[in-house]
Design a protein around this ligand. Structure first.
Ligand code: PLP
Length: 468
C-alpha cells in the first residue's frame, strides 16, 4: 500500500495495489526541476519573483521567445517541436486568433452585462458543438473556475456534498476544487467528502489478462465496481453523492481511453445514487481526440455538466461550464454568478476563431491521422525498447508508460527520457499517479514531417537513455 500520509489520497474506495513500493507524484512536482539547481540569471530571477510557488520545467529551464504552429523558439535560437502544450490546439500564434483578438480589442471589450453580438455568436457556435440539452453556458476565465461552478451546481441539485474523483486527478486551484484534486496535495489527506477511485488503467484492472476482450470487460466492470464502492463510502459517511467529476481521458492519471465507452456503467451508478456526471473536458475537449469533439462523446454519454478551458481560446484565457437549464436554475435559486472577465468580447472573438479554424483546416481529421501515425511509430519503438511499456491514447492525446530496467514504472526514468527528448528538441511531459507516463499532446496541426521528427528524436532519446 502507498504511504497515505504523503500521498494525500487515502480516501480511496479500493486498494491501490498498483502503487506498491513507489512514490506518488503531485501534478506540479512531476515536471518540475529542483529549485536549488537554477543556474541561469533568468531562472534565478523567476525564483526570486515567485518564490516557493515557482514551477519550471526541465533541469535547465528554457527561456522561450516565440512560437508558431507546432514549434517554439528559445532565446538561444533552439527550435523545439512542442509535443507538450495542449492549449495552442490550432498551433501557436495562429493568425486567425491574433486578427480576431486585435480587431475586437480595438473595438470593444467589456463584461457580459451588455448585449454584445460576438458574445452570443460565440455561445451559439459553441452550443452547436454540444448536445442540445446542454443549452446554458457560463463563461469563466479558467478551468478551475468552471469546475468550481460545476461542483456547486452539483451540490445545489443533489443536496449532497460528496464527490468521486480519480486518484491522480487534477481539476483546478480554487479551495473547493483543490479538495477534489488529489494530485495537488503534497501532504495530508483529502477531506472526508471526497473519495478517490483508481484510474481505469489496464495495469490495475487487467494486468494479468491476456485476452483483449476479457481485459476490456475487466476494466469496465472493475471501474464501475470501484465507483459503486465510493458511492457506498460517501453514503455511509453521511455526505451523499453530489457527483462523479472525471476528466474524460483521465489526463493526469496517465491518459486512459480504452475500452471505448467504459465510463457508462460507472455513470449509471452515480445517477442511481442521485449524483451528477461532471465531464471535465479542459484537456480533451475541442477535438484533440480526432474521432470526437468531446471526450464524453467517445464514451457515448451526455453529461449533466461539462467544463472546458485550455484549448478554447488557443492561448487566450477563457473557459466555460455548460449545463442543462434546470440544473442552473436550481443553483441560481440560492446563489448568483457573475464573472467580470469571463465571456468578455475579446475572449469570445478568440473562441470563435478557434472553432472556425478547427473546421476550416479539418483539424479533427488531422488529429486522427497523425495520432495513428504517432501511435504506430511508438508501438514499433516499444517492440525494440522495453522502456516503452504501454502505448495508449486517442488522436493527438497519447500516453506511454515508462519502465526502468527492472520492468517497473519509474518516474526518474521518465524524467530522464523527457530530458533526453529535450536534447533532441522535443518538448514532452509526465503524467500518472507515479509520474511514470510520458504525456504527448502536440498541436492538432501536426504534419507528417513533424511526426517523423518526433519519432526520430524518440529513437535517439531511447538509445541514449538505455546507454546512460
Ligand atoms: C483536467 C483539468 N481540469 C481543470 C484544470 C484547471 O484549469 P485552469 O488551469 O485553467 O484553471 C486543469 C489544468 O491543468 C486540468 O488539466
Amino acid at each position: 500500500m502507498i504511504n497515505s500520509s504523503t500521498s494525500g489520497t487515502s480516501n480511496t474506495a479500493a486498494p491501490q495495489s498498483h502503487n506498491q513500493g513507489t512514490t506518488n507524484k503531485g501534478i506540479l512536482d512531476m515536471n518540475a526541476f529542483d529549485h536549488h539547481s537554477a543556474q541561469s540569471p533568468a531562472a534565478k530571477r523567476r525564483l526570486a519573483n515567485q518564490g516557493a510557488a515557482a514551477v519550471l520545467f526541465y533541469q535547465q529551464p528554457i527561456e522561450m521567445v516565440s512560437a508558431q504552429g507546432a514549434w517554439m523558439q528559445a532565446a538561444d535560437g533552439t527550435e523545439y517541436l512542442d509535443c507538450y502544450n495542449n492549449v495552442p490546439c490550432i498551433g501557436h500564434s495562429h493568425p486567425a486568433v491574433t486578427e480576431a483578438v486585435s480587431q475586437q480589442l480595438s473595438k470593444l471589450n467589456t463584461h457580459t452585462r451588455y448585449l454584445v453580438d460576438v458574445v452570443d455568436e460565440y455561445l451559439e457556435a459553441l452550443k452547436a458543438r454540444l448536445p442540445a440539452e446542454l443549452s446554458n453556458v457560463m463563461l469563466t476565465c479558467s478551468g478551475s473556475e468552471a469546475n468550481d461552478l460545476a461542483m456547486r451546481v452539483a451540490m445545489a441539485h443533489s443536496g449532497a456534498r460528496g464527490f468521486i474523483v480519480t486518484e491522480a486527478a487534477y481539476h483546478g486551484n480554487t479551495a473547493l476544487v483543490t479538495d477534489a484534486s488529489p494530485s495537488s496535495l503534497k501532504r495530508g489527506q483529502l477531506p472526508d467528502h471526497v473519495v478517490t477511485i483508481p484510474a481505469p488503467a489496464k495495469s490495475y484492472y487487467a494486468a494479468d489478462i491476456t485476452d483483449p476482450q476479457q481485459a476490456e470487460l475487466a476494466i469496465r466492470q472493475g471501474f464501475a465496481r470501484d465507483v459503486q464502492r465510493a458511492i457506498d463510502t460517501l453514503q455511509q459517511r453521511g455526505h451523499g453523492v453530489a457527483g462523479l467529476l472525471v476528466d474524460s481521458v483521465f489526463s493526469s492519471d496517465g491518459i486512459h481511453t480504452a475500452p471505448q465507452g467504459f465510463l457508462a456503467d460507472a455513470v449509471a451508478a452515480v445517477k442511481r445514487a442521485g449524483g451528477l456526471y461532471l465531464a471535465d473536458e479542459v484537456q480533451p475537449g475541442f477535438g484533440r481526440l480526432g474521432s470526437h469533439f468531446w471526450g464524453f462523446q467517445f464514451h457515448g454519454l451526455i453529461p449533466d455538466v461539462v467544463t472546458m478551458g485550455k484549448p478554447m481560446g488557443n492561448g487566450f484565457p477563457m473557459a466555460a461550464m455548460v449545463t442543462r437549464p434546470d440544473l442552473l436554475a436550481d443553483f441560481c435559486q440560492t446563489t448568483g454568478y457573475f464573472n467580470t472577465f469571463g465571456g468578455n468580447p475579446v475572449a469570445c472573438a478568440a473562441g470563435l476563431a478557434v472553432l472556425q479554424v478547427l473546421k476550416q483546416e479539418n483539424l479533427l481529421a488531422n488529429a486522427s491521422q497523425r495520432g495513428k501515425e504517432l501511435k504506430q511509430g511508438l508501438l514499433q519503438l516499444a517492440r525494440e525498447y522495453p522502456t516503452l511499456a504501454e502505448v495508449r491514447g486517442q488522436g493527438l492525446f497519447i500516453g506511454v508508460d515508462i519502465h526502468n530496467a527492472s520492468g517497473q514504472p519509474c518516474a526518474s526514468t521518465t524524467k530522464h527520457l523527457i530530458e533526453q527528448l529535450k536534447q533532441q528538441k522535443v518538448l514532452s511531459g509526465a503524467a500518472g499517479l507515479l509520474g511514470a507516463t510520458l504525456k504527448l499532446r502536440p498541436s492538432m496541426t501536426l504534419n507528417d514531417r513533424e511526426v517523423d521528427f518526433f519519432l526520430t528524436a524518440m529513437r535517439v532519446a531511447l538509445r541514449k537513455s538505455t546507454i546512460d
